[in-house]
Design a protein around this ligand. Structure first.
Ligand code: ZN
Length: 259
């Protein structure tokens, strides 16, 4: 099942403020079935089919928890040691970006890079949860791009500035609720069609259930929260005019432009 957020094409034609995105199930290209509310909050399908011209970012998290250096080869390419426990940081929800929309390069940075990542969407409240409880509490998976101003990340002690600019968190195109084996998902990033990153979650230092359990012992995970699980090796710069694609096996491809 593909869960999307769309703006009803008919409502969008009305004058005034743009209508809010609505939760829906993807039916076919340009067509979705509306849900009564967020699916992880009890939303159920309605009989209303709507047409849409573009997909909205399919998550509305209270927080975005990211994992740094979760693939050994990527830790090494940036000259870092392989961590002995997960390295966590947060991205602000204000950084979220719709599928197809443009990543905006900030004037403060001379080097902005892509980080294609598997995204986990939480479906239940998880506090001090076991790995089994966390596995059962996953709502679905998606593709994410942990866009990073590498020069600012290196300059600052905290990652907040380098990772937190508006548009630095493209996610989508949808949430796939039928997650296959989380330990063998392929994460691939292409820039203008050229493969930059190609990794498997089998090479993660800390597997997804362990990560979620670890995080849940620090902060309560709420339904809808998003976890970006780290990037494989091959990060590199993006410049204005590029098209960046992140493909997650079993989900699909998130595509964004850069300006
Ligand atoms: Zn990352």
């Amino acid at each position: 099942m593909r869960v999307v957020r769309v703006i009803d094409g008919e409502l969008a034609d009305c004058s005034g403020a743009p209508p809010a995105p609505q939760w829906a199930l993807w039916q076919s290209e340009g067509m979705a079935r509306l849900l009564t509310s967020a699916p992880y909050a009890g939303g159920i399908p309605t009989d209303r089919l709507v047409s849409f011209s573009s997909l909205q970012v399919p998550v509305t998290p209270t927080k975005i928890v990211c994992v740094g250096r979760n693939y050994a080869a990527h830790a090494k390419e940036l000259g870092n040691d392989v961590p002995t426990e997960p390295l966590l940081f947060l991205k602000p929800p204000s950084a979220l970006l719709d599928p197809g929309a443009a990543i905006v390069l900030p004037a403060a940075s001379q080097r902005v890079e892509h980080e294609g990542e598997l995204g986990i969407v939480i479906g239940a409240r998880l506090k001090d949860a076991s790995e089994a409880e966390c596995r059962a509490g996953i709502f679905g998976i998606t593709a994410g791009n942990d866009v990073t101003a590498r020069d600012l990340q290196k300059k600052d002690v905290q990652f907040t500035r380098g990772k937190g600019f508006d548009t630095f968190c493209p996610v989508g195109p949808w949430i796939e609720t039928e997650c296959a084996d989380l330990s063998s998902i392929i994460v691939e990033t292409r820039v203008d069609g050229v493969v930059r990153q190609h990794g498997s979650t089998s090479n993660m230092i800390f597997a997804v259930p362990y990560l979620l359990s670890y995080i849940s012992r620090i902060m309560t995970l709420e339904p809808g929260d998003l976890i970006l699980t780290g990037t494989p090796e091959g990060v590199g710069p993006i410049v204005s005019g590029n098209v960046v694609e992140v493909s997650i096996s079993g989900v699909g491809t998130l595509s964004n432009t850069v300006r």
